[in-house]
Structures are given as C-alpha cells and as structure tokens.
Design a protein around this ligand. Structure first.
Ligand code: NDP
Length: 419
C-alpha cells in the first residue's frame, strides 16, 4: 500500500523543509506578483497593501466561476472528439491510454467565449478581480492535492511515483505527488491539468487584459498584441502537439502532488500572464523596427523549441520514423538509444534553449523600465537549469556509461559554448 517501503533514494527540492517553503512560496509569490503588477509604485520590494486585508481575497462568485471553468474543461476532455494515444510503458509494462483533444477543447472554448463577449460578457471582470481568481485557483489546488494524497494511500507500490514516495514524510509526498497517474476510470487528473485549465485559462486572462486595455482607452497597443500573439502561438502549439507531453518528465516520472497541481492551475495562468497584466497598468510603446526584431527572436526560439521536442518525440515513438532515422544515436543497456546529432547533438537540452529564447521575446515588448515583466524569463532560467540537473541525474542512473558517452560528445547542457 501507499505508505509502504520508501522508493525514493534522494529527496529533491530540499526535502521536507524545501517542500514546506515551496508550499508557502508558490501561492504567496503568485499573489504578490499580481498585486505588484497592478500597483503604480514601481519598487519590487515595496510590498503593496491588500486593499481589504486577507478576507478580501475570498470571493464566492469568483470561486464558483473557477469551479465551473474546471468542470467545463473536464467536460470538453470527455467529449468523443479527437483520438486516443498510448503513453510510454509503465513499470508493470502496461501502457495507459490518453484522449488527444486539447486543441479542439481550445477552439470550442474560444468560440464560446467569443459568443459570450458578443452578447455582452465583460471580460475585464477577470482583470479587476485577478487576485481573487488567483486565490480561488490556489484553494482549488490545495483541495485537489489533499484529495490526490488521500486516495494515493490506498494505492499499491507499483502505482506510486518513485520521486514522491519517501515512505513516511507526509509533507514531501504531498508536495511531490505520491501517485504517478491518478485516474477515475479513464479520466486522468495529471494529464488533464497539465495543459487544459491552466494553459487555456492563461489565454482567457490575456484576452481579459486586452479587453481592459481597450476599455480604458490605451489599447489595443502593439506591445500587448505582440505578447498575446506570441503566447497564443505557444499555447496553441502545446495543445496541437498534446501527444508530445506523453514523453515528458511530468507525465513519465513525476507524481501528481501540490507542486504540479498548483503549478498547472495557479502558477501558469496567473504568473505567465504577467506581461499582459503589466502592460495594462504600465502602457508602453515600441517602434515597428523593434517589433520586427522581437518577432525574429520569437521565431528563432520557436524553431529550436518545436524542432527539438518533435525530433525527440518522433525518435522515442519510432526510431525508424523517416523524419529521424538519418540521425546518429548511441545505444544504451536499456535498449533505448540517445540522439547525438540533430538538435540533441547541439546541446543536451535544445528544447529548453528554444523555450528560454521565446520567453525573452515575451518580455521585450514591455520595455526596460521595470524588472517585473522579466520575472518569467529569470524564474524560467532557474527552473530549467534545475530541471536539467534533475533530468541529467535521472538519465545518469538510467543509462550509466552510455549517458557519460553522450555527455562527452555533447558538451553543453543548454547554451552552446556557455553552459
Ligand atoms: P524533456 O522533454 O526534455 O525530456 C527529457 C527526457 O528526454 C530524458 O529524461 C530522456 O528520457 C529523454 N532524452 C534526453 N536526452 C535525450 C537524447 N539525447 N535522445 C533521446 N532522448 C533523450 O523534458 P521536460 O519534460 O523537462 O520538457 C519538455 C518541454 O516542456 C520542454 O520544451 C520544456 O522547455 C517545456 N517545459 C515548459 C515549462 C513551462 O513552464 N513553460 C515547464 C517545464 C518544461 P528517456 O530517455 O527516458 O526517453
């Protein structure tokens, strides 16, 4: 059963202390950044006061909207549209099936929203109550994580996530995620939350910012249009290539606990929309030449990001696929091979490189007068450097000498000739 012998050998994220710290930091940072974004006082360390104290964060109507949003996305997930794909083999050799219809869910959501706005829905409501929305998303994350942890206690060892199974450190397992693939029937909680409510929610928040900008007479501005289009491309691409997440660390390795739940449902939509939020309260203007240059940065990042992710995904699914069969690879004792040419011969995580270049392009339209719109790039750099180290550690254990050989042949981790 779930509280059986510990499977995890080394605790990550600073163990129980790190888990407690992050449990507090993740929600507080989300709320703090939103508060700071709406304040005209530009100092990062000057904490703006909550207008109505802590109780002001709770809004029953907003909470209801968030719950309805989750249910609406869950309904779209279960619709009989799209196709079904198989995940990678589990420890027991079985493969789970996943519904691939996130892009259709996105289109239906946008169409529904468009209709609602046409009939008078005021999207700026979201902008005006963003803190309350974020607070509700954090509450939902806490409740969902508590449910997920409670149900994981009845699961056999084989269904637990290796990384979130410390044995008895409750807070660590709660944070890291005890169960690998929590499901009710074919409804997969982790897979559902990874892309849908958060990423699509992020786009709705961005549109709310546009609505607010137009309402207050400062928009639509070129910087906000660029940010919205860039981030739209990112989200549409992730949803279109939904199948690619089946080979990522989150799905294959990590359990579904507070770290991922809060990341998916609160952090992503409310922190990733920071640039759009910032532009509403701090209007900027940029020249067409600067805009063109920023588009080039976005384009370069996208080509690297998509090329790398698609190459690895195609290779993992079928190494003989004509798109990847010409690439050089090295064998490992596990039977899997590691790519050493193409994007994965440039650096060990070309997908992270592309993602970071794109992240920079989202901040540049916000100008250079404040560090706040650059929060995402800086945080993301830290996240991906840490994630790369985690992945390298796992791959070192998985592939041994073959991984060392790969590292000798591909010297740099993320940035060619730098790191
Ligand atoms: P990756 O998709 O990079 O997957 C890492 C795995 O790929 C390794 O564990 C290994 O797994 C396999 N692999 C590593 N090297 C090779 C190689 N040379 N040849 C073949 N396979 C290899 O991991 P992530 O889940 O971290 O990232 C997926 C995407 O999501 C990235 O683009 C990342 O930038 C993005 N991301 C975005 C976030 C955001 O908040 N916006 C957050 C986190 C990630 P195995 O060998 O077992 O197949």
């Amino acid at each position: 059963m779930g509280q059986g012998k510990a499977a995890v050998k080394e605790l990550e994220f600073g163990g129980p202390l790190g888990s407690v710290a992050l449990l507090v930091l993740l929600p507080c940072t989300t709320l703090y950044l939103i508060l700071l974004c709406g304040s005209q006082d530009s100092g990062v360390l000057s904490v703006p006061a909550l207008p109505g104290g802590l109780a002001w964060l709770w809004d029953a109507q907003v909470f209801g909207i968030c719950v309805a949003w989750m249910l609406f996305q869950a309904l779209l997930y279960t619709l009989p549209v799209g196709h079904v794909a198989e995940g990678l083999p589990l420890k027991n050799g079985k493969k789970l099936k996943y519904k691939i219809n996130a892009f259709q869910a996105f289109i239906i959501t946008l169409a529904t929203l468009g209709l609602a706005v046409y009939y008078g829905l005021d999207l700026s409501y979201i902008h005006d109550r963003l803190l309350q929305f974020a607070f509700s998303a954090i509450l939902i994350s806490l409740l969902l994580s508590a449910y997920l942890y409670a149900r994981s206690l009845n699961k056999p060892e084989s269904e637990l996530a290796t990384g979130g199974n410390s044995g008895k450190i409750f807070i660590y397992d709660f944070f890291m995620g005890h169960e690998l693939n929590p499901r009710i029937g074919s409804f997969d909680f982790k897979y559902f939350c990874e892309l849908r409510p958060g990423l699509i929610g992020w786009m709705v928040i961005n549109l709310a910012m546009l609505h607010k900008e137009i309402q207050q007479g400062t928009g639509p501005s070129l910087p906000l249009i660029l940010v919205i289009i860039f981030q739209f491309i990112y989200v549409a691409d992730a949803l279109w290539n939904e199948e690619c997440i089946l080979t990522t660390m989150d799905i294959v390795h990590d359990g579904f606990g507070f770290m991922l739940v809060c990341g998916d449902l609160a952090w992503v939509p409310f922190v990733y929309s920071l640039q759009a939020n910032y532009l509403v309260s701090h209007p900027q203007s940029i020249s067409y030449a600067s805009a063109a240059l920023i588009c080039v940065v976005k384009g370069v990042g996208y080509v690297i990001f998509r090329g790398a992710n698609s190459q690895k995904n195609a290779f993992r699914r079928n190494p003989n696929d004509h798109a990847v069969s010409h690439l050089k690879s090295i064998p490992t004792a596990s039977g899997k091979r590691l790519l050493v040419s193409g994007w994965w011969g440039l650096v060990r995580h070309p997908n992270y490189l592309g993602d970071l270049v794109m992240a920079l392009s989202w901040s540049l339209p916000c100008g250079f007068s404040h560090i706040l719109p650059y929060f995402y790039v800086l945080y993301f750099l830290g996240l991906l450097v840490h994630r790369e180290a985690r992945d390298a550690n796992q791959c070192g254990k998985k592939y041994g000498a073959a991984w060392e050989d790969y590292c000798n042949r591909v010297k740099y981790r993320i940035f060619p000739f730098i790191y």
